[in-house]
Design a protein around this ligand. Structure first.
Ligand code: FES
Length: 102
């Protein structure tokens, strides 16, 4: 697996970083001190979920309001019924790294 640099290990909860993976862009969030990465593509209609409201460990797609679990990628409400990809994250050398190769 390749580890892609998403940025410095200084992410503030509620903000996000991006990582360019081979399969597309990933979004990295910080939740209760833990980093979580999900694909920046909604399973409903392919819209970008970047910038969507994040609350209670969930992200809401800004287009039609589907919500996804940031930890598992599971779809939590209509109009999405399939989950989104999640990626492993590690911290090292003062940077946040997202695992590519899934
Ligand atoms: S594209 Fe995300 S809810 Fe429709």
């Amino acid at each position: 697996m390749n580890w892609v640099d998403a940025g410095p290990d200084e992410l503030v909860e509620g903000e996000y970083l991006t990582a360019d993976l081979s399969g597309g862009e990933a979004l990295v969030y910080k939740l209760n001190g833990e980093y979580l990465a999900v694909a920046n593509v909604c399973s409903h209609d392919g819209g970008e979920i970047a910038g969507g409201l994040v609350a209670d460990g969930q992200i809401e797609c800004p287009r039609h309001g589907a919500r996804f679990c940031l930890r598992t990628g599971a779809a939590l409400c209509a109009p999405a019924y399939e989950g989104i990809q999640v990626y492993p994250v590690r911290v090292g050398e003062g940077r946040i790294w997202v695992g590519d190769g899934y």
